[in-house]
Design a protein around this ligand. Structure first.
Ligand code: 8X3
Length: 256
């Protein structure tokens, strides 16, 4: 690991696509040695190759963030971690509470809440030992509001938000800051597709008529900006939406 030649080491979960991959690219460009984790190794390798082509430093590890022993095995050989971006998460289904599958809720809870818990627990000792650690938790506007058909996702992301708030309080006397980024409408390759179980028409409808939803790169900018502030500067919570989304339902859509 070439961490001595960098600004530090950043571990990123859910780094194989979307916001995680874009943040990995951004953090590598900011001088971090990035440790990319996700279940899909082939995708991680593509992201790492892009980082290497740009002159950055990256390594990849296949990881299911809900597998605590796997996280411990990943962290055991590390001797440095300055940044944890707990980004793995997502929505499954858009069903009413009455019509939801408990299995979908369990999956969302496992990834968005327990995955965040496991990554935080596994890396906390190294983050504190760094003397200026940063934890970035990727939540959502669904961490702050609820909407019809979003019950299970809102429950899970409210959980991520509660972890951020609690951690910040518990770590108030430690050299570590806790940042929560809460994006609204972001068009990525997979978020809406996963939510609608591969239904491309339903996934596309989420963004229909919206001129410029946020991109993964936009959110990555917020991550990199937050991480690269001086150590005393903590971004508690950053809510970011496209200009066209004044509120969850107040979205400017233009149809021909
Ligand atoms: C994504 C935002 O509006 O789909 O986390 O809940 S939303």
């Amino acid at each position: 690991m070439s961490d001595e030649a960098t600004n530090g080491v950043a571990v990123i979960t859910g780094a194989s696509s979307g916001i995680g991959a874009a943040s990995a690219v951004g953090l590598a460009a900011a001088g971090y040695h990035v440790i990319l984790t996700a279940r899909r190794l082939d995708r991680l390798e593509r992201v790492a190759a892009r980082i290497a082509a740009d002159g950055g430093s990256a390594e990849v590890h296949a990881l299911d963030v809900t597998d605590r022993p796997a996280l411990d095995a990943l962290v055991a050989p590390l001797h440095r971690c300055d940044v944890l971006l707990a980004n793995a998460g997502g929505a499954i289904g858009a069903d009413t509470v009455a019509g939801s599958s408990a299995a979908d809720w369990q999956t969302m809870y496992d990834v968005n809440v327990l995955g965040t818990l496991y990554a935080t627990q596994a890396l906390l000792p190294l983050l504190i030992a760094s003397g200026a650690g940063t934890i970035v938790l990727m939540s959502s506007t669904a961490a702050l509001i609820s909407y019809e058909g979003g019950g299970g996702y809102a429950v899970a992301k409210h959980g991520t938000h509660a972890i951020a708030e609690t951690l910040r309080l518990e770590l108030y006397d430690q050299p570590i800051r806790v940042v929560e980024i809460a994006p609204g409408m972001v068009r990525t390759d997979e978020f809406a597709l996963n939510r609608y179980r591969g239904d491309t028409a339903k996934a596309a409808a989420v963004y229909a008529g919206v001129a410029e939803p946020l991109t993964a790169g936009d959110v990555a900018d917020a991550v990199v900006w937050s991480v690269t502030r001086p150590a005393h500067f903590n971004v508690d919570l950053m809510v970011i939406r496209p200009r066209a989304q004044a509120a969850q339902y107040k979205v400017h859509r233009v149809f021909d």
